[in-house]
Design a protein around this ligand. Structure first.
Ligand code: HEC
Length: 116
């Protein structure tokens, strides 16, 4: 009985978190929060990827920098979304929720060079 009660008391919290997220953002995938994405990239991706603007060199062999990814025409938001949601050969399968995926993609795309 107590366990059931605790479970139900979580519901208003879950609902309020979801209501913060526009349904359009979840579909379009390009309305993530750039600042949050930068924070996530620093915490989760920077061990292996260079994540800063203008950093085009690879940290390790074959691990593209986020600047290089941003400037690669084939790396669309949809492509990045699919990549981040599928298993990879060498990259660990990171558990990101939809909001985090949108944010990381928004951050990567914010690096796109304006000159091209
Ligand atoms: C433990 C190391 C490691 C971490 C941490 C890591 N990556 Fe990677 N990533 C790799 C490697 C290795 C590759 C290339 C091999 C592959 O495709 O699996 C890669 C490839 C990628 C690619 C595809 C690049 C291309 O040229 O196709 C993207 C996009 C990417 N990572 C995004 C991320 C994001 C976003 C994060 C953080 C949320 C992250 N990675 C964290 C190692 C890592």
């Amino acid at each position: 009985m107590t366990a059931l009660h605790n479970h139900i008391s979580m519901l208003p919290f879950a609902v309020s978190v979801f209501s913060l997220v526009s349904p359009i953002a979840a579909v379009a995938g390009d309305l993530g929060d750039v600042g949050a994405g930068h924070g996530l990239a620093k915490g989760l991706c920077a061990t292996c990827h260079r994540i800063g603007r203008g950093e085009t060199d690879e940290k390790f062999l074959d691990v593209a920098s986020f600047q290089t990814i941003a400037d690669s025409p084939s790396k669309t938001a949809l492509n990045l979304r699919v990549f981040l949601k599928s298993p990879h050969r060498n990259m660990p399968d990171l558990i990101l929720n939809e909001i985090e995926i949108d944010s990381v993609i928004a951050y990567i795309q914010s690096l796109k060079s304006t000159t091209r």
